[in-house]
Design a protein around this ligand. Sequence first.
Ligand SMILES: Cc1cc2nc3c(=O)[nH]c(=O)nc-3n(C[C@H](O)[C@H](O)[C@H](O)COP(=O)(O)O)c2cc1C
Length: 374
Amino acid sequence: MGWMYRNILRPLLFMQDSEKIHNQTLNALAWASRNQWVGGALSSAFHSKALPIELFGLRFPNPVGLAAGMDKQAAAIPIWASLGFGFTELGGVTWHAQPGNPSPRMFRIVRDEALINRMGFNNPGAETMATRLAEWKAGGHWPNHPIGINLGKSKITPLTEAAMDYSNSLRVLWPYADFFVVNVSSPNTPNLRQLQDKSALDEILAALHEVNTAISNASVTPHPLKPILIKIAPDLSFEALDEILELTKPRHIAGIVATNTTITRPSTERPESKQLYLETGGLSGRPLASRSTEIIRHLYRQTRGTLPIIGVGGIFNATDAWEKISAGASLLQIYTGLVYEGPGIAKKIVSGLSQQLLKYGFTDLSQAVGCKSK
Ligand SMILES: Cc1cc2nc3c(=O)[nH]c(=O)nc-3n(C[C@H](O)[C@H](O)[C@H](O)COP(=O)(O)O)c2cc1C
């Protein structure tokens, strides 16, 4: 399937605008999500073997998840498990519905296996998203793997009111996710990344913990707190990362998602790539891989492996995945790799990771986490 996708289907898809293809594919997957027969067929073709890992009280059937931004609107929620993913992160979702930036806003740099996007959190808003998720649940289509929701800040909300914006979203979406990710690292909302500064982030995390505790205590049957993670930019200095780490214990942070897209650009002599790299936005895919691994390694070493890390950035195959696991990531996520490698990517990576474990004599995935960073 990988060969067929790369050599036949992908060239056809890549002849068209990337956001258009993204939307058409999501529409097709949304349809497949409601059709049991198609879902079953996809599941038989792409189901990953078991490679379980437990983190922050959740059991992941395998460590390869779908990254935020692919299914922003929960359009195809059951299908990602059928495509072999071990968990899904929906969103980013903001408190207010918003259209995002004007098109075109997603670009492929095919020779470098990269994307640049400046979507700007186009999403229906947290309340509409909650209604949609309630419908999926009521329809019996909920996937049997953990669901996370990526929370962003609405463009119209000033930075000084960011804590309220994030916590409003958490309040309405709380019943529908197993974990939440606070996204303060998208380069496409003006000044959002300033919220990674220690005091601004502290205020947001404090507000989120308050909401989390209040809802959890108010549940008829006591419900544990929902794990809240922070997603960081790859462009932060190690000093800035260390400041964020200082907040994780006092603010009950369950883990770090490393990383979002980068605003830096690689050097290239190819004129067509040079031109595309002039586009404003976040760069993902192959050129991001080594920086994101470097950050994972730093976080793992600084925390001595005590804080779970979700590694994301430029994962295309089992070798890339192993790099991230052995640097310190316990879970992985993929966006750009899915666009370039096609729907068999999760299954292939999970199978490659299982072989790596055997090769190194590990009996459990958790033993491999950080094995090259100790
Ligand atoms: C088109 C697009 C939209 C994205 N939207 C979001 C988003 O809403 N929230 C977020 O945290 N990350 C978002 N991301 C970042 C990805 O989740 C991921 O962190 C990044 O692309 C690096 O992984 P990759 O190299 O596998 O693509 C987006 C990425 C792309 C390409």
